[in-house]
Write a protein that binds this ligand. Structure first.
Ligand code: IPD
Length: 282
């Protein structure tokens, strides 16, 4: 049977590369910054421009049969609902804060889901010029070389990534730092964070770290990475050890279940409203 999504996969790689070139160029210009949900939730004209370029190219190629969930479109009020229709899930600039500050990890993240199942993911770490991609059942790659998660099972020999997100309420920040302190003192070899969830997941996929977890991320931050981690041999779980749910804003990605479950023991969970929660009418 002909492969229905190969063309879409190849096209996504092209689009991600072109989007990354726009971001690289914009990084040299003056960056105009605004804020979204909080004063530290940044957005730039480049985020909006690149999302328009990506969605425009995909619409031109695939027409109106496909749906889109894009970070900046959702910020402007578009729905964030995953249906059975072929759906592109896009973060045009993952690591916007890094982009604004010149911290050198910024990624374009493009995933594709059909019947609510992720088919492929493409992450272009555009400042490093590294192209990560994976398709369900076909392995994961960085610059066309196969990649594999680490085989470390001993948590004491691991590096773990977590992030702080963009909510600075004292209660949440306290829980985040309590969790980090508990993990650090297991002890693990180290804690890290690149400032982009997409890149963090690629670091799990290449075996540079054993796990990345976060509460408060969005589906566009992690959809492509979810396919890449899984295809590199890793696993995804909810922060309570249950099944991973893309729209839940909670995720543990790890090289194996032993590491994932050990981290989960230490995570202090706090509430995060689902991405697909009904919008409250004012
Ligand atoms: C953010 C990054 C960051 C993560 C935040 C995300 P953005 O995405 O992925 O690593 O901690 O939760 O919102 O806003 O730069 O696309």
């Amino acid at each position: 049977m002909a492969d229905p999504w190969q063309n879409a996969y190849d096209f996504a790689v092209q689009v991600a590369r072109a989007a990354g070139a726009v971001i690289r160029k914009a990084a040299d210009d003056e960056i105009k910054v605004s804020t979204k949900s909080t004063t530290v939730d940044l957005v730039t004209q480049t985020d909006e421009r690149v999302e328009k370029i990506i969605i425009g190219s995909l619409k031109e190629e695939f027409g109106d049969a496909h749906c889109f969930i894009g970070e900046e479109s959702v910020a402007k009020g578009e729905p964030c609902i995953l249906t059975d229709k072929p759906t592109w899930i896009i973060d045009p600039v993952d690591g916007t804060t890094n982009f604004v500050h010149g911290f050198p990890f910024v990624a374009v993240s493009i995933a594709f889901a059909v019947k609510k199942k992720l088919e492929f993911g493409v992450i272009y770490s555009c400042l490093e010029d590294k192209m990560y991609k994976a398709r369900k059942g076909q392995g994961a790659f960085c610059d066309d070389e196969p990649i594999q998660v680490s085989d470390v099972k001993d948590i004491h020999k691991s590096i773990i990534i977590s992030e702080h997100g963009t909510d600075r309420s004292k209660e949440k920040v306290t829980k985040i730092f309590n969790t980090m302190q508990k993990i650090l003192c297991i002890p693990v070899h180290g804690l890290r964070g690149s400032g982009t969830a997409a890149t963090n997941m690629c670091l799990v996929a290449i075996g540079a770290v054993e796990a990345f977890f976060e509460i408060g991320i969005h589906c566009w931050d992690i959809a492509a990475g979810a396919v890449i981690v899984k295809e590199a041999g890793g696993i995804l779980l909810d922060v309570d050890g249950g099944e991973f749910d893309l729209m839940s804003r909670r995720m543990v990605s790890a090289n194996n279940e032993v590491i994932a479950k050990r981290i989960i023991k230490e995570i202090e969970i706090f509430p995060a409203e689902r991405d697909d929660a009904p919008v409250q009418k004012k």
